[in-house]
Each structure stands twice: as structure tokens, then as C-alpha cells.
Design a protein around this ligand. Structure first.
Ligand SMILES: [Zn+2]
Length: 179
């Protein structure tokens, strides 16, 4: 039974990007069931939504959550859902990005110790292969790096709070070199 299910999964499962047209498509399962995407049973995972046949449980569609870049690209073409995502200010959208979801500053213990009476840090935005990252630097040394959203004011405030927790009054500022 399990083996048959696996075999069928490989033959019928389709993968989609979040903003693809799967919501308008019909799906047919090997067991005879067919229907729309909204009739599939949905399982949400860390970075994908899995849609399964409501009759036999075979996975028919796997859609990944959008990255920040995909939200921006879809919003630029007038996709209403993407436009709404962009209109919600702040960093709530960041967890849509699997890279951010898997790696971002959450607690002081993730940061290394720094000696000295004062700790002067800077927040820099850098581009790497078309993606934006925020770097927290101590002079030339990169203390922390994570995926950044285009409007990072709220994220920066959250990170500053964690830095204050870590370095206390020794933290003099979180400046930036202007980018
Ligand atoms: Zn089925």
C-alpha cells in the first residue's frame, strides 16, 4: 500500500512556484478523483504547501512559499496577493523567505563575544548574486549576516534590541556607512 502510494506520487506530483497558476488548474489522481487545487487537502511545511488527493492521500501538488524576490516580481506584474504582501509593512513577510526562515538572529547567544569597553557596530546592506543581505560588522569583521528584506527598518529595530541585550551599555551605536 505504501509502496504503491510512493510510486504514484512520483508519476503525478507537480511542483509549482507560489505565484504559478495552480489555483486555477484541475488535478486528476490515479485513484479516479479529480478536482481543483482548493479541494486538495493542504499540509503546510516550513517552505512548501503540499496538496494531496482528498480521497487517497496521494501528493498531487507541491507549491513553495515565495521568496522576497518572487513577491516583488509578482507584485510588479499586478498580482493582487503579492501587492497585499508588499503593502503589509515590516518584516512579517520575511519568514516567507526560506533562507531567512532558516537563519536569522533570534537571541544574543548566537553572537560572538567582543572584548573592549565599547562596542561600535555597523549595519550594512550587501548584494550577493542578486540577493540582499544585512551584515552586522565590527570594524572589518562580519559579526552576523542574514537575508534582508527591501524595507528593513523594523527588522533593524528587532536586531538592535538583541544586540543591546548581548552587549548592554557597551554598544555605542548601530551606524551604517550609508547604503
Ligand atoms: Zn487519489
Amino acid at each position: 500500500m505504501v509502496a504503491r502510494g510512493r510510486l504514484r506520487l512520483g508519476k503525478t506530483m507537480e511542483r509549482f512556484r507560489y505565484f504559478d497558476d495552480y489555483r486555477d488548474r484541475a488535478f486528476a489522481c490515479g485513484c479516479g478523483w479529480s478536482g481543483g487545487h482548493d479541494e486538495l487537502s493542504a499540509d503546510e511545511w516550513a517552505d512548501v504547501v503540499e496538496g494531496s488527493c482528498p480521497q487517497c492521500g496521494t501528493t498531487l501538488a507541491v507549491a513553495s512559499y515565495p521568496t522576497a524576490d518572487e513577491v516583488r516580481a509578482a507584485a510588479a506584474t499586478g498580482n493582487e496577493e503579492a501587492v497585499e504582501m508588499l503593502e503589509e509593512e515590516g518584516d512579517e513577510r520575511l519568514p516567507f523567505d526560506p533562507e531567512f526562515a532558516g537563519h536569522h538572529l533570534e537571541r544574543p547567544g548566537q553572537l560572538p563575544d567582543i572584548a573592549g569597553e565599547t562596542v561600535r557596530l555597523t549595519w550594512e546592506r550587501v548584494q550577493d548574486e542578486g540577493r540582499s543581505y544585512a551584515e552586522i560588522r565590527h570594524h572589518a569583521h562580519v559579526l552576523w549576516r542574514e537575508r534582508a528584506w527591501f524595507d528593513d527598518a523594523r527588522r533593524r529595530a528587532d536586531v538592535t534590541a538583541i544586540l543591546r541585550e548581548k552587549f548592554g551599555p557597551r554598544l555605542t551605536e548601530l551606524g551604517s556607512t550609508g547604503r
